[in-house]
Design a protein around this ligand. Structure first.
Ligand code: GLU
Length: 448
């Protein structure tokens, strides 16, 4: 990647010093700061008001104990987080991640990314993120419920429809949002749908929210392809992961005429040359909560590659939709060598800095997560709009809004990259475009 402008270098050093050991947060900050040299050259007021230093420091960080009992009656202790990063553009907004790898550095990288992503949507939402090192894998439904109730018993006092609006992320889907909403309602005695997004459809949820991140990422790639006078038609695609983002990415790829031949989970990779059978994947993952290895039980022609690397499978379009740093420099080089022409990130920061450099140097269409996967949070903001108006929109209407938002994000990033002398560089375009809007609002709000 590029270099940090000399005026900004000291700010990055300060971030390293103030946040020791938080490597993912450092990585996310560096990637944005590398893009901002030309911005501060044009806007000396951002330097004067120390906007970059202020953006790198969360407005508020909450860390709390989450005690709960497992089915055997044993006491369990987890750690809960909510990092309220930036409220210049609206209430803090961002998901909750339940995964054993969660610590402050992960939540801060996600919260930082979320600020720029939310800014790019053009909707009135600030940035935040939260979660816990709780591992939902192998837990019973009752255990998940008790955990969610305990988590919300602390979190409820920090959130609200005009303050902070959490949603899902890895390990948090409709079931968890339901348990947390129930507990929030019970403690506060308020039926306040706008306090959480990703709700069930009969109690304030929005159509298309489930599909939104995957659909949105695919719309974004479609726009990148169109900008190169190309399309999804007949393209061989691979999508890492098999959670909510991956499933609806595969669905939209198929609808747009592409053929997705592989997906994965943390144990291995499924390769189906004929194109993945999405109904089966939905049944295994959404209904039965099983591993994708079971795909081959009914589809004998497909291959399960235990501990395999999905990026070794040749494809024209790759859509990393699992987790951070899942594509390293070597994986990126393999993808490019095998003829990959477009990468759209459904996950947050799935490509390491070395990998990003490979994609940018090869000049393939590379859509970074904060732009490509913004459709999820954008549709959360549409859910908030419906809640505020006590309304519910049709699937077609909501999907069209999502598509328009993604088209808009694409053109804003594309045009910003051109304006700042780096045509085709969506990393630069997304970082600058997301940053300027927040920075202008912060200048307008004074020193707060
Ligand atoms: N966790 C999702 C993201 O990374 C969605 C957040 C939301 O809907 O608030 O953007």
């Amino acid at each position: 990647m590029g270099q940090v402008d000399e005026k900004i270098e000291g700010m990055y050093q300060e971030v390293l010093k103030r946040n020791p050991g938080e490597t993912e947060f450092h990585q996310a900050v560096l990637e944005v700061l590398e893009s901002l040299g030309p911005v501060v050259a044009k806007h000396p007021e951002f330097l004067e008001r120390k906007i970059i230093q202020r953006i790198c420091e969360p407005e508020r960080q909450i860390i709390f104990r989450v005690p709960w009992q497992n089915d055997k009656g044993e006491v369990q202790i987890n750690r809960g987080f909510r990092v309220e990063f930036n409220s210049a553009l609206g209430p803090y907004k961002g998901g909750l991640r339940f995964h054993p790898s969660v610590y402050l550095g992960i939540i801060k990288f996600l919260g930082f990314e979320q600020c720029f992503k939310n800014s790019l949507t053009g909707l009135p939402i600030g940035g935040g993120k939260g979660g816990s090192d709780f591992d939902p894998k192998g837990k019973s439904d009752d255990e998940v419920m008790r955990f969610c109730q305990s988590f919300m018993t602390e979190l409820y006092r920090h959130i609200g429809e005009h303050t902070d609006v959490p949603a899902g992320d890895i390990g948090v889907g409709g079931r968890e949002i339901g348990y947390m909403f129930g507990q929030y309602k019970r403690i506060t005695n308020r039926y306040e749908p706008g306090v959480l997004t990703g709700k069930g459809l009969t109690w304030g949820g929005s159509l298309v929210r489930t599909e939104a991140t995957g659909y949105g990422a695919t719309f974004f790639v479609n726009e990148m392809l169109k900008a190169r006078k190309d399309s999804f038609d007949g393209k061989i695609c691979t999508v890492s992961g098999s959670g909510n983002v991956a499933i609806y990415t595969i669905e939209k790829i198929h609808q747009l005429g592409g053929k997705c031949v592989a997906c994965s989970d943390s144990n291995g990779v499924i390769y189906d040359e004929k194109g993945l059978d999405l109904d089966l994947i939905k049944q295994l993952k959404e209904v039965e909560r099983r591993r994708i290895q079971d795909y081959t039980a009914t589809h004998k022609h497909a291959k399960y590659i235990a501990k395999g690397n999905i990026w070794d499978i040749p494809c024209q379009v790759a859509m990393p939709s699992a987790t951070q740093n899942e594509i390293n420099g070597k994986d990126a080089a393999t993808l490019v060598k095998n003829g990959c022409i477009a990468v759209g990130e459904g996950a947050n920061m799935p490509t390491t800095p070395e990998g990003v450099k490979v994609f940018l140097d090869a000049k393939i269409a590379y859509g970074p997560g904060k732009a490509a996967n913004a459709g999820g949070v954008a549709t959360s903001a549409l859910e908030m709009q419906q809640n505020a108006g006590r309304d519910s929109w049709t699937f077609e209407y909501t999907e069209k809004k999502l598509e328009d938002i993604m088209i808009n994000i694409h053109s804003n990033c594309y045009e910003t990259a051109e304006e700042f002398g780096a045509p085709g560089n969506y990393v630069l375009g997304a970082n600058i475009c997301g940053f300027i809007k927040i920075a202008n609002a912060m200048v307008a709000h004074g020193l707060v």
